[in-house]
Design a protein around this ligand. Structure first.
Ligand code: CA2
Length: 145
């Protein structure tokens, strides 16, 4: 089993700024934790981060060739990108949306996700654990499909 792990804009800054909101871990720390969990599941991961909407869409389209699902944090594009939602719909891969922060307890413009309705589900508010819980949920979903 192989999953694409997609990180949206500014997540490359994790661990350097706003630790009170997003935690002290870097994106590499999160990716390493995911790698460990994935190894226990016997599955492999491909990591991709971009600040560009088009590159994220290209990665989603590319995943349809060789991935069984997508674990994604579309970051601010969660709230704005019809294009990313359309790409997810087009590839029809099972997808879990995760967020470090609880988007529902923040500004009202973060309450709406355009992408969550085309995902299997959304996990938010648990920092790095959101990603780990998301991978577990995606793995279990694909395994039992
Ligand atoms: O909580 C999340 O994971 C978010 O997806 C993070 C996005 C935000 O726009 C979403 O509403 C919720 C922002 C990512 C920005 O990451 C930074 C990391 C360090 C310093 C500054 C920004």
């Amino acid at each position: 089993m192989k999953f694409l792990v997609l990180h949206g804009p500014n997540l490359n800054l994790l661990g350097t700024r706003e630790p009170g909101v997003y935690g002290a871990q870097t994106l590499d720390d999160i990716n390493q934790s995911l790698e460990k969990l994935a190894a226990g599941f016997g599955c492999s991961l491909i990591f991709f981060q971009s600040n560009s909407e088009g590159e994220l869409i290209n990665a989603i389209q590319g995943a349809s060739a060789d991935c069984d699902g997508i674990l994604m944090n579309p970051a601010a594009y969660t709230h704005t990108s019809i294009a990313i939602r359309d790409a997810l719909t087009a590839v029809a891969l099972p997808c879990v949306e995760v967020h470090l922060s609880n988007i529902h307890s923040r500004e009202s413009f973060r309450h709406k996700s355009l992408t969550a309705p085309v995902a299997i589900g959304q996990i938010c508010g648990f920092g790095r654990d959101s990603y780990l819980l998301g991978l577990r949920a995606l793995f279990n979903h694909v395994k039992s499909a």
